[in-house]
Design a protein around this ligand. Structure first.
Ligand code: FEO
Length: 403
């Protein structure tokens, strides 16, 4: 894709990755983009590089606007390789350029590159850089997404370059939110936002809230938000509202049943439980883990107020795919959800207890006791599962009313 103008003199010069389906283990069915931006001002300034595999495309885009050797400033908002692995190629073409990043960014760059010949200036929140007719304002955003992260605000354009924040994994020929909605749908865009937030930013909800408040206190008026992935927000109010809602615990009043099964017996329990949930008038989705990418299961859990996790007992412990799911979930530090456990066992139990303990350790509201069945659910077990689902649905509704 060719450069796209965001504002007079400010251009997208990134690359679209139509083919990526596995983003370090996270499934990206819509592909992604690596966005970076070029400002043509007295001092030509590049904001971020792109992934190494795509740097030639970005350089071609830059070259169509300006000779890369004229780049005077390179802003490194984030050092993760999907943005910074192509940086050395840019520096090779613009050896006189000064790199601006946070102190953590400088330390991180030193782990990825030989930075001894590079000119690096570290910045912190409140520092500014005049590049001619524009002033860049830096805002540190540690842990959004890595400790090095920062955002750059272009005051005269009311434009926030937000690196990972407000991103989505979408490959498209449309660069802007309104264009994408016109071409695809708002539902698809919203789903991509939920998916990205759930799998990447879920642990950082309180920081997100703080940073959005800080932007307000600093009086940074925002007319456009340009993240390093996906579409650029010409309607920034929408994405800011979505982020505040998600950080504050927004979920849909429904339940998700996430399970795996060896001989279809935990699977049968899942269906009985789902029937019980539905009989209380609550929407429910059933997800079998080995049939569903982990990141999709996480997104579905994050969208729903309540989740039940089912596992067979294998070798006195969890079934591996359920263990993997719980490990991933634990790292994402979910909040504001109610969850419980169910499962089967043969000669000794373990899965329901372990799942319940794992959910408690995550600090979730736990629905207990869980329900289990010996080998295969009998007719009586089916009734117990239905009842378990009904009671869970009631608790989900009650818990949801607090938000
Ligand atoms: Fe898109 Fe944290 O990198």
């Amino acid at each position: 894709m060719r450069p796209e103008k965001l504002k007079e003199g400010v251009f997208w010069v990134g690359a679209v990755d139509w083919a990526i389906r596995d983003f370090h283990g996270y499934v990206t069915p819509r592909g992604s983009t690596y966005n970076n931006y070029l400002i043509l001002d007295r001092d030509v300034t590049l904001l971020d590089a792109v992934k190494y595999d795509f740097i030639d495309i970005s350089i071609r885009n830059i070259r169509s606007l300006v000779e890369p050797g004229l780049i005077k400033n390179i802003i490194v908002n984030h050092i993760e390789p999907d943005h910074a692995s192509g940086l050395a190629e840019i520096v090779r073409l613009a050896p006189e350029a000064t790199i601006y990043c946070t102190e953590k960014g400088r330390q991180g760059l030193a782990r990825f590159f030989d930075i001894s010949p590079w000119r690096i200036k570290t910045v912190k929140t409140g520092d500014t850089l005049n590049i001619g007719s524009r002033n860049l304002f830096f805002l540190e955003t540690p842990m959004l997404h890595w400790p090095d992260s920062m955002m750059t605000y272009i005051r005269e354009d009311k434009l926030l370059i937000s690196q990972d924040g407000f991103g989505q994994h979408i490959a498209s020929s449309q660069r802007f939110d309104d264009e994408f909605i016109a071409c695809a749908s708002e539902t698809e865009l919203d789903d991509a936002v939920w998916d990205y937030y759930a799998n990447i930013l879920m642990p950082f909800g309180s920081i997100i809230k703080q940073k959005i408040e800080e932007i307000g206190k600093l009086g940074l008026e925002i007319d456009m938000i340009a993240p390093d992935h996906g579409v650029i927000w010409r309607n920034p109010k929408k994405i800011i509202r979505m982020y505040l809602d998600m950080a504050g615990g927004k979920a849909e009043e429904r339940a998700v049943v996430i399970y795996d099964t060896m001989w279809q017996n935990t699977g049968k329990m899942a269906l009985h439980i789902a029937e019980g949930i539905r009989s209380e008038g609550l929407d429910v989705k059933v997800i079998k883990l080995r049939a569903t990418p982990l990141s999709v299961a996480i997104k579905e859990l994050w969208k729903a107020r309540g989740a039940l996790i089912g596992s067979p007992t294998l070798n006195n412990t969890l079934f591996p795919s359920v263990g993997e799911f719980l490990t991933y979930l634990k790292g994402l530090r979910p909040k504001y959800r109610i969850a419980g456990a169910f499962g089967t066992f043969g000669w000794a139990g373990g899965a329901v207890k372990e799942t319940t303990e794992a959910l408690k350790k995550m600090g979730l509201e736990v629905f207990e006791p869980g329900v289990d069945a010996h080998y295969r659910p009998s007719a009586e077990d089916a009734v117990r599962c239905m009842d378990f689902g009904r009671e869970f649905a009631k608790r989900v509704k009650e818990y949801h009313s607090k938000f």
